[in-house]
Structures are given as C-alpha cells and as structure tokens.
Design a binder for this molecule. Structure first.
Ligand SMILES: N[C@@H](CCC[C@H](N)C(=O)O)C(=O)O
Length: 287
C-alpha cells in the first residue's frame, strides 16, 4: 500500500503526519513501527493521524497518536502544534484557532503570527489514581501544595511528582540534566509497577523560578529531543511544589517551549515551534 505523508518536528520531537480526513487509515502496530523505524522506514518518535472532527461536539478534527513502538496514546503536546500547522498549511482549515479531539480530551491549538503555536492543553489531572499511579502503602513527602512520591528503582530510591496531561508523567528533580542518568533510570521508571499504563519519565533541573531544563524518557519512544506534554507536566509539578512561577521557559535538547499555568482547575498553555521537514510517499508492507 502506498501512503503519502508529511515529516514534521516540534523542537526536534519528530512526527510522520498522515491525512485520514478523506479516507480512513488503519494500520497495524507493526506497520506504525515500520513508519517510525529510522533505518527501514521514515523515522519518527510518533505517528499522527488526522481525521475528521465531529460537528455535534464542536470539534474541527480528531487526531490520533501512535508511539514509535506502535501503541496508541492519549496525548502529545509537540504533536498538537505540528497537527495545527499541518491542517492550516495544507488547506484543510483556514481557522487560526482549532478545536481537536484527542483520545482523552478536546484541546485548542492557536496559530500565532510569529509562526509558533500555542496549545490550550486543558487542566492537568493531579489525583494519583487518575494518572494512573498506585501509591498504596506509600507516604508522599509534602512541599507546599505538591507531593513527592518515594519509589524504588534497582539500587536507587527516587522521589517523583505524578501528573497527567491526558497522558501519564513522573517528574524527578535533578541537579543537572547534563549528568542525569536518563538512560539508566528512564526505562525503569517507564515500566515501574506503580504505573499500570507505564509512564513518561521527566528529569527536571530548576535554573530559576522562570526557567528549567528538562530531558524526557518517553513511554513507547525512548528519550526524545523534546516532549510537550512532559514540559507541561514538569512545570505543573514545579509550580505545585513551590519551585516555579506561573510562566516558565523549558529548555530541552531540541529547543525551547514556554509554559504558563495559573493553578489547579485552569488550563496549561504551551507555546513553541512546529516545522514541516518534507513531504513524501512510502510503500507500506503488509505486516
Ligand atoms: N512527544 C509527546 C508525547 C508522546 C506520547 C508519549 N510518549 C506517551 O506515551 O504518553 C509530547 O510532545 O507530548
């Protein structure tokens, strides 16, 4: 089967974007893994599938997200910005504010005059069971309005804040992202038994109250150059724990996002780049 695609990235978190607005696209997990494969396929951290919206629910589009391991997930912040740039630049919509249904929530990307995109990511889920995180038998350490949960890794007790942006995140504070043991601890946190749907693992260095550095070991994709929902989760955690102010620049290996959050019950606003790399066509084998 031949498939047309657009390769995009948001701060180096890269995507294969597929237009399923005219005809449905339903590939197997192995076919999504093939598209994401950097040697045998196109190469991407995630595959984004753009589908028609639902007028009755007031949405312009639906978009689905597959990790590089072929599994479908609930949310993708950098993907949301690339999705908005894609539907606008391909003429699928002329709107600058777009309402899109993801698996867990309706989010609202706004195209800015300077080419960046701001996404209203909705309010974070802060109740551990909603993340989901199983804190049975654990006592969190409280700092201001936030909790730090002690979890055991092989030879390494760590404390994490747990936040859902529609998808699950565990955020750990480190002295330096440059020296953080992301390769060693990332996979252990991702598959930790306390996170029944697995989890994205963020390593956050607080530079000052308006600036952090962040590396994220993503569930189903490994460490990426940037994670939009991870940046939102880290800032939410840092604000609740009293470490950060309401507007924070987040520097990740692939670039900077700016996150704003006014507190529980209010939406997280994420601003950053969304860039098209190239268009192409690929033969997808039956897998
Ligand atoms: N890169 C994304 C997050 C993609 C999904 C994530 N790996 C998960 O499994 O939840 C982002 O920019 O948010």
């Amino acid at each position: 089967m031949k498939l047309r695609f657009t390769k995009m990235h948001g701060a180096g978190n890269d995507f294969v974007v597929l237009d399923a607005t005219r005809a449905p696209i339903d590939l197997s997990p192995a076919q999504y893994r093939f598209l994401a494969d950097r040697r045998f396929g196109i190469g991407a951290d995630q595959i984004l599938i753009v589908e028609p919206g639902d007028a009755a629910r007031g949405t312009d589009f639906t978009y689905r997200i597959m990790n590089a391991d072929g599994g479908e997930v609930e949310q993708c912040g950098n993907g949301a910005r690339c999705f908005a740039r894609f539907v606008h630049d391909t003429g699928l919509t002329s709107k600058d504010v777009i309402r899109v249904q993801t698996q867990k929530a309706v989010i609202e990307p706004h195209l800015q005059a300077d080419g960046r995109v701001t996404v209203d990511m909705g309010a974070p889920f802060l109740v551990p069971a909603e993340v989901p995180f199983d804190g049975t038998g654990l006592t969190p350490r409280l700092e201001n309005g936030g909790e730090l949960w002690p979890i055991e890794l092989a030879n390494h007790p760590v404390e994490v804040a747990v936040v859902s942006m529609g998808n699950p995140h565990a955020v750990m504070r480190v002295d330096s992202t440059e020296h953080a043991p992301v390769d060693e601890l990332g996979p252990q946190i991702e598959g930790h038994r306390r996170f029944p749907r697995r989890v994205n693992a963020g390593f956050m260095e607080v530079v000052n109250r308006g600036h952090i550095r962040l590396r994220v070991y993503e569930r189903g994709s490994g460490e990426t150059l940037a994670c939009g929902s991870g940046a939102c989760a880290a800032v939410v955690a840092g604000i609740r724990l009293g470490w950060l102010d309401e507007a924070v620049d987040v520097d990740m290996p692939g670039g900077r996002l700016t996150i704003r959050w006014a507190g529980p019950g209010t939406p997280v606003l994420m601003t950053g780049p969304a860039v098209k790399v190239f268009d192409g066509e690929i033969d997808v084998p039956a897998l």
